[in-house]
Ligand binder design. Sequence first.
Ligand code: MTE
Length: 322
Amino acid sequence: MLINKTADILASEITPKEIYHQRRRFLQQAAAIAAAGATAGLLPYSSEAGQKITNVKKSPLSTADRLTSYKDITSYNNFYEFGTDKSDPARYAKNFRASPWTVSVEGEIKKPAKYQIEDLLKHFPLEERIYRLRCVEAWSMVVPWVGFALRDLIRRVEPNSRAKYVEFITLHDSEQMPGQKPGLFGAGLDWPYVEGLRLDEAMHPLTILAVGLYGELMPNQNGAPIRLVVPWKYGFKSIKSIVKIRFVEKQPLTTWFRSNPREYGFYSNVNPTVDHPRWSQASERRIGEDTLFSPKRKTLMFNGYADQVASLYTGMDLKKYF
Ligand code: MTE
């Protein structure tokens, strides 16, 4: 695999009249790259863990909080498709095939397209974004994600005026994801895992599609090859191993809301003043740093991102829309 497209357009979007010019530009570029003896930062994608991602810029939107270790981030996971224990995903996702991988973008948009994962990595500007991740279970981590702004992709596909929400869907393949099989190993959820955002939340500059962490391709247990990260919401909004992104008119029926609407709202904004029906959300434990005996770490409104995102919810009753 090397290049089969030009840098400024994806093959899936090419209309026939553009093909001639595109092919000419491709030949010129291929010649230039061959002459330079380099691959211009292009990355032969493989699902092998530990592969470095090139051309990643540091983002000014990163937090200065201390990073959680690679080991903790990759061994303490929620990915119920691979079991409900925190150590299950690292163990059972080892042979998951994250390549080849296609993400289908469809629904209320002018330019539906199917993107190969390599195209997304090559085309969109990749940044390292260090974000806090606050799980609904009252623990948190600090993760150096590598990804691109979801809004870059949204602008490319041009939503129409009926697009009010964005729905995200995980791969459904119980042969590869044993937790999707009925039985003791599964979490009793409806598969595939579905999440959703309002279009303005999806367009917010903090919302990213992550393709890696710690400068390397996404480990399987963290949602290879591509997952959502919405840092001001509880971790379950950050859906893993996405195969479909659909623009819709109505609020999507998301997995956790469907399984228990009293406990898991659609918005799921981190909010220390709205407790989960079975436990407090006022504080949290930072994985790898805090023990059960450490003083409680206070949970911040919108997970500390209030300055950037509070205006999205002006006038909304956040106790009702939790
Ligand atoms: N996505 C899918 N498809 N399946 C899941 O079970 N778990 C969610 C979210 N995304 C989950 C998922 C939850 S509850 C959390 S807290 C985060 O992933 C955990 O991400 P991490 O394992 O990378 O820390």
